[in-house]
Design a protein around this ligand. Structure first.
Ligand SMILES: [Zn+2]
Length: 308
């Protein structure tokens, strides 16, 4: 291997390591934001709008976060004993491993979701960076703006994923910023294509597939099958996949995943009829498969892998 080859490899490993650490830190931050956003959401509801479950949840969150705190100003606390966590309890991944998943003060098991989110987003960031760096020669100037927009978008997707799994909701406070980042990504993609009209049309059809279709279903079923949250999420996802063929594949992947996961559950009676199924996580999983898949296939066709 030549000297510049070795230097390049060290540079690439450095960037990937930085992406991993960055992912763990942002993952930890996002999960804290999810709890804060949930506490804020429950505070917005009037007393008679709450279900029993939501009232209990709000009491628990209030006992920990207090009544008047705003979304951002409070510090992280143990949800079990309310003890304020010190900076050394908040080091992503390391703290959880060191404390073996228990609160330092009350020994209640905490942070399993945080740990999963930190490790998960670290892996997502490393993979995304690896795949986009592999296309540095085709992306040219668009590499860094694309990479930053995608990484920011993936952090919001983590929040949306957790929110929809737990509460069957895709909050506007996450889904609109995600669509904004998607618009930035689509514009970078369009500019990189030399403002070609066909690229623009392909992007518009992608929005029709991933968002318009859900909007039609939403109108047709009067909100029973899909929520407006899915429509807004689909818009952001389409902007990150501004090509109608990829958008179609993502929709197909999401439905295939849904069938593979939920059909067996229903068959064995583990999923009661009429049980709500969150569609957001499936859409997100389908999107990631296709988003990464496009770069994996390019790398295979060119036999060009970073690090190899
Ligand atoms: Zn505790």
């Amino acid at each position: 291997m030549s000297y510049t080859g070795a230097m390049n490899q060290i540079y690439e490993v450095g960037i990937l390591a930085a992406a991993g650490v960055f992912g763990a830190v942002i993952g930890s931050f996002m999960i804290a934001q999810v709890w804060r956003l949930r506490a804020w959401q429950l505070r917005q509801l009037a007393e008679d709008e709450l279900t029993d479950l939501e009232r209990k949840e709000r009491q628990q969150l209030e006992s920990v976060y207090g009544k008047k705190r705003t979304v951002r100003s409070d510090r992280s606390v143990c949800l079990s004993c309310g003890h304020q966590l010190a900076w050394y309890d908040l080091i992503p991944v390391c703290s959880w491993l060191w404390l073996r998943g228990k609160c330092r003060y009350c020994k209640a098991p905490i942070g399993k979701a945080e740990f999963a989110a930190e490790v998960g987003l670290a892996a997502v960031y490393v993979l995304t960076t690896l795949l986009l760096l592999g296309q540095a020669h085709t992306l040219g100037w668009a590499l860094w703006p694309s990479l930053l927009l995608v990484l920011a978008g993936e952090a919001l997707l983590l929040g949306l994923f957790v929110f929809d799994c737990r509460w069957y909701l895709l909050p506007d406070r996450l889904v609109f910023p995600f669509a904004g980042l998607g618009l930035g990504y689509a514009l970078v993609h369009w500019a990189h294509s030399g403002w070609q009209l066909s690229t623009l049309w392909s992007g518009i059809v992608a929005i029709g597939i991933l968002s318009g279709l859900y909007y039609a279903l939403y109108l047709f079923s009067k909100g029973a099958w899909v929520g407006l949250g899915d429509v807004k999420l689909g818009l952001g996802l389409a902007l990150f996949l501004p090509d109608w063929r990829l958008a179609f594949l993502a929709l197909f992947a999401a439905n295939l995943l849904g069938t593979l996961i939920f059909a067996p559950l229903q068959l064995f009676g583990k999923l009661p009829r009429g049980q709500q199924v969150p569609f957001g996580p499936l859409l997100i999983a389908g999107f990631l498969l296709v988003f990464w898949g496009q770069f994996v296939i390019l790398a295979f066709l060119q036999q060009n892998f970073v690090l190899f």
